[in-house]
Design a protein around this ligand. Structure first.
Ligand code: ATR
Length: 275
């Protein structure tokens, strides 16, 4: 792409950022639509987050995505929060409009878009979510906004699950994942894994998902090899999805916030798969 005096800057704030697929995905989209934008990785240390946000104003950067570990910490430095970010308590996209910085979160809607692509509509559905961290909150809030009937949170730390269930409202309940004690999951429509650890630690967590056979198994992680959670889905003859679709669609929605244009989703998908 040609950089000129008119090129607009977007990018990613995080630590680390060097393995992110977002630059490849966004730059492919800009190139395809011949838009005068560039998307850069910005490694931002925790202690420099305030300065980095100030730089968005000072350098008139059009917008940035925000990833680990800054999604929650960045909120106090912004001027406005969109409802999507309020609902998640976290920001993954900042848009700079004439110096006013607004925080959005496209993760939840990206997740819903990825489900829709697989033909899954959340309205009236029963869902189990493994985990109760930031990713679980984004996913659960989006599912409830789409009319999910029941959401069961299963988490190691009971207080975190209880606090999230309380925030989500009457559709949500929770159970604790206790080492060496069996947790049986009833028949549901969707099982979402948001855990940041490998799912299979049979010696430790005795999570029995046999009755969830037939549900859609959704792992927020992605990689070349199917995760052990997705291998279990295969063993249960159940449909499965990895997190690549969510990465794609959260990026597509951020692209539209940056540029005001519809995202070339298939171009972005191809860039992700190639990376
Ligand atoms: P994210 O923002 O990606 O959701 P997170 O907030 O760190 O990341 O949450 C990670 C999830 O993995 C949490 O549900 C966490 O459980 P706790 O709430 O008990 O911490 C879960 N997790 C992380 N390490 C774990 C471990 N060793 N055993 C079980 N669960 C673990």
């Amino acid at each position: 792409m040609q950089i000129t005096g008119q090129t607009k800057i977007t990018g990613l704030f995080g630590d680390p950022v060097q393995y992110s697929l977002s630059p490849a995905m966004h730059n492919a989209a800009f190139k395809h639509l011949q838009l005068p934008y560039v998307y850069l990785p910005f490694p931002v240390d925790k202690s420099k987050l305030a300065a980095a946000v100030e730089a968005v104003r000072a350098l008139k950067i059009t917008g940035v995505n925000v990833t680990v570990p800054h999604k929650e910490a960045v909120i106090p430095y912004l001027d406005r929060l969109d409802r999507s970010a309020e609902r998640c308590g976290a920001v993954n996209t900042i848009v700079n409009r004439d110096g006013v910085l607004t925080g959005y979160n496209t993760d939840g809607q990206g997740f819903i878009d990825a489900l829709a692509e697989a033909g899954f509509t959340p309205a009236g559905k029963k869902v189990v979510i493994l985990g109760a961290g930031g990713a679980a909150r984004a996913v659960a809030a989006a599912l409830i906004d789409q009319g999910a009937a029941e959401i069961m949170l299963i988490n190691r730390t009971l207080q975190k699950a209880a606090a999230l269930a309380d925030f989500l409202g009457p559709q949500a309940s929770y159970r604790q994942l206790i080492p060496h004690s069996k947790v049986e999951v009833a028949a549901v429509d969707l099982v979402v894994n948001t855990l940041s650890i490998p799912f299979r630690q049979e010696d430790q967590w005795l999570l029995d998902l046999t009755d969830a056979r037939g549900a859609l198994f959704y792992d927020l992680r992605y990689g070349k090899m199917p995760s052990d959670f997705l291998v279990l889905a295969d063993e249960l003859n159940s449909p499965r999805l990895d997190g690549l679709g969510m990465l794609l669609h959260q990026g597509a929605r951020a692209f539209t916030l940056f540029t005001g244009q519809a995202a070339p989703v298939e171009v972005m998908r191809a860039a992700l798969l190639q990376s």
